[in-house]
Design a protein around this ligand. Structure first.
Ligand code: ATP
Ligand code: MG
Length: 757
């Protein structure tokens, strides 16, 4: 049979071709971003099929995200000129393991129709076990245990091979509870996410015949983003490749960003030891980004110690420098990016026009998305969020909104159902049914039903006291909503505090809890742009309505983590401030591990950009309800100045830099000489025209700041609701006041007048 044509080989450089054509034995492609690793991997699949080396079902190809898997399937189909439907084993680790486990469920003590628990179910189950074991779940929350078990599973530790060093986990009760949990899962014929890999690895380890069958079956193994594999995934791959060793892994040690989830960058560095004689292929030509973007990315990543170090070059035209811009605050950053996106659609600053699909905003922390979502909604800019729920769809936001809805409209039964036992108030299904029945019998809302029930002493359940507090609270907050002396923001904060909702997350020791608290703070920030709760709720219901997945161009919004492997002509990287990016946690850590992982994330971010990369930071952000001035990220100092252009800040919007922002930028500029560019000099020239220290009147933060500076400790003041008192504490725009009658309270400064006014 004549060989089929192989036009696809012509699209590759010699090193890529080697990676594609070295079909026998282990191959490692270790290379920087945008050098065509994924392209070579995809072409290798095509080549295997096209040369008849393997049939579609004999190729095992693993990617990290569903999106990446979809894209790879599409690329293979395009190159082959036929649909890749016949590639059952191209997918994520999890998707592939589900299939394997269904075939061999009985070897893991399961039936093949096992269910996969989501995190909520998993948590509920763990909570039952924790309670049954008489553990104080305030001190030892089930979520913490869930996190621990997850890490164990990532390391391929079953209850049977858990190392002794883990014995003290979860107050020493971790190992026993883990065993119980696994038993319970089996009884329920269920698995959690981590089990998918763990069970399959265990089956392979215990059943040589099964392993041998798959070693024969999967004649060629390919893995993308190998630097982010965890121990369980690594073992799984090593077991499968153990016979023929036809395994091709590609990755980049500089892009290892999942260490916090148990990924081991060591896996990629150890490849040659694991697979002696491996062909190691290095790619150095970057086909994605312009030289300025590449130089900026290389500059940042070179500050990391202990990296292999790779040179990247490109033939692309030099293009735009990386653009850097500072803003007064986060809202202004969102406003500017929204407008910049619209002007880039038309073609601005001498650049070609970009479609919305060409542009993406990559954030460090998902709570940053809120400001963008709100802004885009306001100006009608279509956007999509990838790799997570939109801000207003998140659990904690929906919970908080349910409280607000109930305060504004007490007959909102759905909202009531959502929060009646969140946080836990000891109101189980039975108690809730009673409320439902009473409400129905009396033809009233659930809130009313609950009140009637309580008044009739119809419930003696342990939750009665708590339910009373909730019902009374709702009534009180409802009255306050009509009270001009209290702002809706204060009210919202009060609702979340007094209902116990904030405390619920504060007491939660799991890794997600801080993020959820951040989101709640972000929610309060969002309220500032509205007159009252009602107006805000309407705005959100509009957002939720707008959800439809209409076709058409959209800007992409996602986290840096979710952007791995992707590319866009224009990238925006907002929030480059110390404490946000790099994260506070990484800065507080002893040693550089966390910080270096953050830096790799910065490298991933910049290298997603093909033509235009815009980095921004805000001089002020609201943290815990107070304005805090932010330092530009230390990663900004690491950007090589020759490849950076500082854009003129938004004088366009009627303001200059805030004084705080300017001071910190100047400090940094002096230290790092980053701003030695025409753009920065232009900025300075502009500043001379309008002194930066003169705040613009329309800016709310400045108004707050003035209000704060207008008060001093010990000052006698008057509050419409609480009467006269004296200031005993000043925290940002909040005052702690000892009122003559009402006791000590914290109030927002602008609701205070001097006692003699
Ligand atoms: P990352 O590390 O970010 O995952 P990567 O190494 O996987 O990057 P690819 O996504 O495969 O890089 O390729 C980056 C871009 O370069 C893609 O648009 C791809 O089509 C293009 N490209 C890759 N190799 C070549 C080549 N030999 N000739 C022309 N374009 C190429
Ligand atoms: Mg890739």
């Amino acid at each position: 049979m004549a060989a089929r044509p192989m036009p696809y080989l012509g699209d590759l450089n010699p090193e890529q071709r080697r990676a594609v054509e070295t079909l026998d034995g282990p191959v490692l492609m270790l290379a920087g971003a945008g050098t065509g690793k994924t392209k070579a991997l995809t072409t290798r699949i095509v080549h295997l099929l096209n040369t008849g080396r393997a049939r579609p079902n004999e190729v095992l190809a693993v990617t990290f995200t569903n999106k990446a898997a979809r894209e790879m399937k599409e690329r293979v189909a395009r190159l082959l000129g036929q649909p890749a439907e016949g590639m059952p084993w191209l997918g994520t680790f999890h998707a592939i393991c589900v299939k394997l486990l269904r075939r061999h469920a009985e070897l893991a003590g399961l039936k093949s129709n096992f269910t996969i628990l989501d995190t909520d179910d998993q948590l509920r189950l763990l909570k039952q076990l924790v309670q049954a074991a008489n553990i104080d779940d305030k001190r030892w929350p089930a979520r913490l245990l869930a996190g621990i078990i997850d890490q164990w599973k990532n390391r391929a530790w079953t209850p049977d091979n858990l190392p002794a060093s883990e014995g003290s986990a979860y107050d020493g009760k971790g190992p026993a509870l883990y065993r119980l949990y696994q038993t319970r899962l089996r009884e329920l014929n269920a698995v959690d996410f981590g089990d998918l890999l763990l069970h399959v690895v265990t089956i392979f380890q215990r059943h040589d015949d099964v392993l041998a069958q798959y070693q024969r079956w999967f004649r060629y193994i390919l893995v993308d983003e190998y630097q982010d594999t965890n121990v369980a995934q690594y073992l799984w791959l090593r077991l499968l490749a153990g016979g023929h060793r036809n395994i091709c892994c590609v990755g980049d040690d500089d892009q290892s960003i999942y260490g916090w989830r148990g990924a081991e960058v060591g896996n990629i560095l150890r490849f040659e030891k694991d697979f002696p004689g491996a062909a190691v292929i290095r790619l150095e030509q970057n086909y994605r980004s312009t030289p300025h973007i590449l130089a900026a990315a290389s500059g940042v990543i070179s500050a990391n110690q202990g990296r292999l170090g790779k040179e990247l070059w490109t033939e692309a035209e030099s293009g735009e420098k990386v653009r850097l811009i500072g803003h007064w605050d986060g809202e202004e950053e969102a406003r500017w990016i929204g407008e910049e996106i619209e002007s880039m659609q038309r073609g601005t600053r001498g650049m070609r026009p970009f479609s919305l699909d060409d542009m993406a905003i990559l954030v460090r922390a998902s709570h940053q998305m809120r400001a963008f979502e709100d802004r885009f909604l306001t100006i009608g800019l279509p956007y999509r969020v990838i790799g997570g729920p939109r801000f207003y769809e998140r659990m904690e936001i929906r919970d908080a909104m349910a409280y607000f809805r109930l305060v504004v409209s007490p007959a909102d039964d759905l909202a009531f159902e959502r929060i009646v036992n969140t946080p836990k108030r000891g109101l189980g299904d039975k108690a809730q049914q009673k409320i439902q029945i009473t409400a129905r019998q009396n033809g009233v809302s659930l809130v009313e039903g609950a009140r009637i029930l309580l008044d009739d002493k119809g419930t003696a359940g342990k939750g009665a006291g708590e339910l009373r507090r909730l019902i009374d609270g709702l009534a009180r907050w409802g009255r306050m909503a009509g009270d001009a002396a209290i702002s809706h923001i204060e009210l919202a904060e009060m609702i979340l505090d007094e209902s116990g909702y904030t405390a619920m997350w504060q007491n939660d020791k799991t890794p997600e809890a801080p993020g959820r608290l951040e989101n709640l703070k972000e929610l309060l920030k969002a309220l500032e742009q509205f007159e009252n709760l009602q107006g805000f709720l309407e705005h959100v219901s509009l957002i939720m309505d707008n959800e439809s997945d209409e076709a058409g161009e959209k800007v992409t919004l996602m986290t840096l983590h979710a952007a791995k492997g992707l590319e866009f002509p224009a990238i925006f990287l907002p929030g480059w401030e110390d404490g946000l990016f790099p994260s506070q946690r990484s800065m507080d850590e002893i040693g550089v591990r966390g910080l270096e992982e953050e830096r790799r994330l910065a490298y991933v971010g910049i290298t997603r950009a093909e033509e235009v990369c815009t980095i921004s930071f805000a001089g002020n952000r609201r943290v815990y309800g107070q304005w805090q001035s932010q330092m530009p990220s230390r990663f900004i100092d690491e950007l090589p100045p020759d490849h950076v252009e500082v854009l003129t800040p938004p004088g366009l919007y009627g303001g200059g830099y805030g004084a705080a922002a300017t001071t910190s930028i100047e400090t940094r500029a002096a230290e790092a000489n980053v701003y030695n560019s025409p753009g920065w000099r232009r900025l300075q020239a502009r500043s001379a025209e309008r002194p930066l220290s003169q705040p613009h009147a329309a800016r709310s933060p400045v108004i707050d700041a003035q209000a704060v500076s207008a008060h001093v400790m010990g000052e006698r003041v008057f509050h419409q609701k609480f009467g006269y008192g004296a200031i005993i504490g000043i925290e940002g725009d909040k005052l702690e006041i000892e009122f003559d009658k009402a006791g000590t309270k914290k109030v927002v400064a602008r609701f205070i007048t001097g006692a003699d006014d």
